[in-house]
Design a protein around this ligand. Sequence first.
Ligand code: SAH
Length: 359
Amino acid sequence: MNAPRALGERIAALIAAQGPISVAQYMTLALHDAQSGYYATRQPLGRDFTTAPEISQMFGEMLGLWCAQVWHDQGRPKSVRLVELGPGRGTLMADALRAAKAVPDFRAALEVVLVEASPALTAIQQKTLAGCGVPLSWQTHFPDGFADRPLFVLANEFFDALPVRQYVKTAKAWHERMVVAEDGGLAFALAPLPTPPAAIPADRAGAPEGGVYEVSAASLALAGEIARAVAAKGGAALFVDYGHDGTGFGETLQAMRDGRPAGVLDDPGANDLSAHVDFAALADAARRGGAMVSGPRPQGAFLAALGLSARAERLIAANPGEAGAVRAAAQRLLDPAAMGDLFKALALLPPGAHTPPGF
Ligand code: SAH
């Protein structure tokens, strides 16, 4: 029997048969191909990247208490959904639910839904969350029909994994960057026909030659859908990710393997692919969906305002032997030179709501 073909060869064959694909289609195949996709087949956390909930239990605790506070501010509804997008190893949700024991009525109101595309990570989440005492279910996509009761949504380092399309400014016009098959491998090439000017937002039109506009249609559609649900029935969403405020004309799509940069088109399925989140675009999509938006606020300032340092001191008082590790973790989450500035928090609330904690 022949060895299964590598994903790169299968993508090249697809392009040879059907024509060039967008960068977004390439990302989707490289991350989610059922046989060889990065998320479909690997457990990347702690190997290719380390996320805030994996750095410290304090991160998930703060987010869980944030939800409980907003729930309280909204009149303590009896039945709410708490959804996490892309829960990784399930660590954030486990920490959030443990912290929420301090607010028993909030915990008792919860039905938790984990939205996860990867079967490998779903299995890990099921183990992590077994016995947490709250009803749990899993979905591979954010489902329709979540606008029937208040909705809380948490997403950490989720939107950076959603596919982006890229457009490049040339001397005369914008052209979409495509993935083509060349000499048996994959390469980037600009689409020969220009992109209609209406597809490029007005504030990007003045980009210099070589400037790149990246857009994640999947992210904007999802933010709009969540905003509509929150505006209709209450609740809130909190998105934390690394990203920018929508200015600048650089490309941000990157590949990482074992913590080191790799080529975006090299060995698809083996490398993590992600792009910086365009928080200005995400906030616009949420406002168009009818939500009130707070932020983006840098993660360090957000977590400091929620009292992360006081929580660290309490953990240290309970476990003096861990003082060094707890302080180092707090520092990594808060310090602008570490995650404190590049990572940002964005909140979606019903129109007219109080500014949420931390903003
Ligand atoms: N939130 C976790 C994991 C971040 S990694 C943490 O902070 O540790 C990104 C997560 O999103 C993984 O669980 C990955 O499998 C999931 N994911 C990526 N793309 C997805 C998609 N299109 N639909 C659902 N889940 C996705």
